[in-house]
Ligand binder design. Sequence first.
Ligand SMILES: CC(C)(COP(=O)(O)OP(=O)(O)OC[C@H]1O[C@@H](n2cnc3c(N)ncnc32)[C@H](O)[C@@H]1OP(=O)(O)O)[C@@H](O)C(=O)NCCC(=O)NCCS
Length: 159
Amino acid sequence: MNIQDSVLVIRPMEKEDMDAVVEINRECFTSDAWSKSAFEREFSLNYSHKYVLELNGSVIGYLIAWTVYDTATLMNFAVKKEYWGKGYGKKLLTYLIENFKDKVSAIHLDVRKSNMRAIRLYKSLGFKIISERPKYYSDGESAYQMVLELSTPSDSLKG
Ligand SMILES: CC(C)(COP(=O)(O)OP(=O)(O)OC[C@H]1O[C@@H](n2cnc3c(N)ncnc32)[C@H](O)[C@@H]1OP(=O)(O)O)[C@@H](O)C(=O)NCCC(=O)NCCS
């Protein structure tokens, strides 16, 4: 199949997507993988926003973000390994930013210092490193805290 024939859809995650999402999560995160029940719990949280990226009818990526007051936090984000480096992660995150830009003033995330692929992606979308969290992960690795500042409608009213 040619790339131009492929159908790419970003839509809200449904409970039926759980098996595919859990599998991608296990493939992408080793010590940090979420349990299936952790993903299921997200459906009971009204501040949890969940999306999947579907390629030709198969889920190949997902993203979960929380919104608390006027701030969003990226909680979990992955693309199936065989599809890395093809722009799918960027599409999914760009969708979130577009969706959130009038609703929140900033998007926060934590990322392993060694995760150059993700850090490059975040930087290419305007995220900046604001601090380091020493030994943040259970294996002792530190995290970068990154933030994307968004201008909200209230900002433009401030003149
Ligand atoms: C991080 C992740 C979601 C990115 O998804 P992806 O589909 O591979 O990303 P994309 O193909 O959209 O790449 C976007 C950017 O990443 C960077 N990138 C892509 N391939 C790269 C590579 N081989 N090495 C380093 N950076 C790379 C580039 O900056 C690229 O932007 P560009 O196309 O403008 O050059 C994916 O690699 C993944 O699931 N990783 C494991 C889980 C994870 O680390 N999640 C984030 C936790 S904070």
